[in-house]
Design a protein around this ligand. Structure first.
Ligand code: UT7
Length: 325
């Protein structure tokens, strides 16, 4: 019998501190940095984001999202035999956020590791978990995207600091006799390292380089629009499906203009586009599972719907996962 993997529960968590564009603009103005609600909404679609408190880490956000996903799947933490956390803002240099999160869930023994593919992290992690389940290495996996990007923002740079937020999303992925994940398609092109990066590192007990996010927004924008279409098409071809088979498109939530352009290229009506960037900002690896859980809990996404998840970001990385929910 063919072995497949299927999402059986979703969950998410946002830290309580919510800043509207006006709140953020007022904070930035007090530091001499000028921006406006109008500019942010017009260029990005973002209206608000959440920032974690100083003592809250990615594993803290991730464990709350994981608990909600476990509850939705009707499982106990002790049922889980694989934990993958997609994050670019782990709690420590090492061990992984996944190991720390495993301990916070009160379990031990199962495999736990992080995947670092920046804003494509969740589709990378889901693809790895799917492969491990299909080959019999795991039966019940927690796949989590968790980020505290507020820690790596340069609040003197208005071209980046207004774009990102903190949060976490999670899914439980279980072995199944019927297909859930239908196909996936992952890519990277390391020659674009410089267009989106945090070029700092730890050496000799010090942080060397610049441990704050840098982005050439226009270069990222141009690449993102192209690769999101090609990854979706490649994934559909692998599953022998077409644009018309997609019920819901859940792209990485970075910029509404990129998301709408992808939907148009896939000839999808904008009503089939799941949008949470307006309320969450760009939460990097957490953005897709946060959007998925929000749409599931609002009743938009129903059992049996065909979903196209798409990530794109630093690396440069991109990829898509097509699944039957
Ligand atoms: O997570 C990974 C994926 N990331 C992305 O997908 C991000 C992709 N890039 C983008 O979303 C867009 O490029 C941005 C939202 C980052 C920028 O939008 P844009 O339409 O490309 O704006 P721009 O960089 O061309 O800047 C236009 C103007 C500039 O002023 P001048 O030079 O025309 O006078 C900027 O200085 O807007 C100015 N500007 C701002 N003004 C007010 C830049 N940031 C701000 C700001 N508030 N926060």
């Amino acid at each position: 019998m063919t072995r497949y993997s299927r999402i059986t529960g979703t969950g998410s968590y946002l830290p309580p501190r919510r800043l509207t564009n006006a709140d953020l603009a007022a904070e930035l103005a007090s530091q001499g940095v000028e921006t406006s609600d109008e500019w942010i909404v017009e260029r990005t679609g973002i209206r608000a984001r959440h920032f974690a408190a100083a003592d809250v880490s990615s594993s803290d956000l991730g464990v709350e999202a994981a608990k909600h996903a476990l509850e939705a799947a009707g499982l106990q933490a002790s049922d889980i035999d694989l934990i993958i956390v997609a994050t670019s803002t782990p709690d420590m240099v090492f061990p992984s956020a996944a190991c720390i999160l495993q301990n916070k869930l009160g379990i031990a023994g199962c495999a736990a590791f992080d995947v670092q593919a920046v804003c494509s992290g969740f589709v990378y992690a889901l693809t790895v978990a799917d492969a491990m389940i299909k080959t019999g290495s795991a039966n019940k996996a927690l796949v989590i995207g968790a980020e505290v990007f507020s820690r790596i923002l340069d609040f003197s740079d208005r071209t980046t600091c207004v774009l990102f937020g903190d949060g976490a999303g999670a899914v439980v992925l279980e072995a199944s006799e019927t297909p859930g994940i239908l196909a996936s398609d992952l890519h990277a092109d390391g020659k674009h390292v410089g267009i989106l990066c945090v070029p700092g590192h730890v050496s000799g007990g010090k942080v060397l380089g610049q441990p704050l996010l840098k982005m050439d927004g226009q270069a990222v924008f141009k690449l993102a629009v192209g690769v999101l279409e090609s990854a979706a098409r490649a994934t559909l071809a692998k599953a022998n499906l077409t644009d018309a088979d997609i019920d819901w498109l859940i792209p990485h939530q970075a910029n509404i203009r990129i998301m709408q352009s992808t939907a148009k290229k896939l000839k999808m009506p904008l009503e089939k586009l799941i949008v949470t960037v307006d309320q969450h900002g760009n939460t990097s690896a957490a953005s897709i599972p946060l959007a998925l859980d929000t749409a599931v809990r609002s009743g938009k996404i129903k059992k049996g719907d065909t979903l196209m998840l798409e990530g794109v970001g630093g690396g440069f990385t991109w990829g898509a996962v097509l699944l039957n929910y």
